[in-house]
Every structure is written in structure tokens, then in C-alpha cells.
Design a protein around this ligand. Structure first.
Ligand code: GDP
Ligand code: MG
Length: 142
């Protein structure tokens, strides 16, 4: 079963720098289907759920401050192996390491202070995607 969904977030830097349309275009251009889309202000509770594996890290407060710093765009895309494809399109976590041609490699750079500003989040597995869709689109799983 390779037909699947992915949760993507355009993070506050991506929205503030006007990359939303380009990011949606890259996903659509590949032929994946945009299933849901919204602009939201994240809450601390959503971020604790979304980053549940990182909550105890010393840099969690940096991540939280970053993700609360402005509106984000949440979207669901679907298609065969969309998770693997979008992870490749997203690029490495650290923008300095992210290959040119990837979203992070094209729109992000490293800064010496605060959280890693890397423009987008993309789910890394079917399990993560379904869990994260429940956090950002609770109305769809009701
Ligand atoms: P991703 O799947 O590539 O987004 O990376 P992870 O799931 O490992 O981490 C989630 C997010 O937490 C990253 O996109 C970064 O914004 C942040 N993050 C991860 N690792 C670190 C770190 O070592 N230091 C800091 N400051 N932020 C981190
Ligand atoms: Mg991740």
C-alpha cells in the first residue's frame, strides 16, 4: 500500500518570506494532490504534540518560539509514495547541508542563534503523517 498522505507545514519564516505559493507549486508540479490547506497560528499545545519527541531537548524552547513567531500554513498532499518524494524535495534539516533544488536548499540559510529556520516541515512516515494530520486538521479525522 503506497497510496498515502503527508502533512506539510510552511513554517513562519516561509510564510513571512512569501514562499507559500512556490512551495505549493512544487508539490502540485510533481502531480501530487492538494487535499487540504489552511493558514493558522500554532498553539503551544499543538507544538508540544507535533514535536513530542523533542519536547525534552534543550532547544525545544527555541523551536517553540520560532514556530509561534507568526502564522504557518498547514497542508495535506496525497499520492503514491508522496512522503518519500516530499522528504526529498524538502532537503536536509540543516539548511547549510540542504542540496540546492530542495526547498530548504533554495530558501533557507543557517543563523548563529535560535532555532534552525528551515522553511518547511514534512512528515517522515505514514505513522507520523496520520498522527500529525490529527493535530493540524482535527476536523478531518472526527
Ligand atoms: P526534520 O524532519 O528535517 O524537520 O527534522 P527533525 O524532525 O529532526 O526536527 C524537527 C525540527 O526541530 C527541525 O526541522 C528543526 O526546526 C528543529 N531541530 C531539530 N534538531 C535541532 C537541533 O539540534 N537544534 C535546533 N536548534 N533545532 C533543531
Ligand atoms: Mg521530522
Amino acid at each position: 500500500m503506497t497510496e498515502e498522505r503527508i502533512l506539510m507545514l510552511v513554517k513562519p519564516d516561509g510564510v513571512a518570506d512569501h514562499h507559500v505559493g512556490e512551495i505549493i507549486s512544487r508539490v502540485e508540479r510533481r502531480g501530487y494532490v492538494l487535499e487540504a490547506l489552511k493558514v493558522v497560528q500554532a498553539t503551544p499545545e499543538q507544538l508540544e504534540q507535533h514535536y513530542h519527541k523533542l519536547v525534552d531537548e534543550p532547544f525545544f524552547s527555541d523551536i517553540s518560539e520560532y514556530m509561534l513567531s507568526g502564522p504557518i500554513v498547514a497542508m495535506i498532499a496525497s499520492g503514491t509514495n508522496v512522503i518519500k518524494a516530499v522528504r526529498t524535495m524538502t532537503g536536509s534539516t540543516n539548511p547549510t547541508e540542504a542540496a540546492s533544488g530542495t526547498i530548504r536548499g533554495d530558501f533557507a540559510r543557517e543563523w548563529s542563534e535560535g532555532a534552525i529556520h528551515n522553511v518547511v516541515h514534512s512528515s517522515d512516515s505514514v505513522t507520523s503523517a496520520e498522527r500529525e494530520i490529527g493535530i493540524w486538521f482535527p476536523e478531518r479525522n472526527a
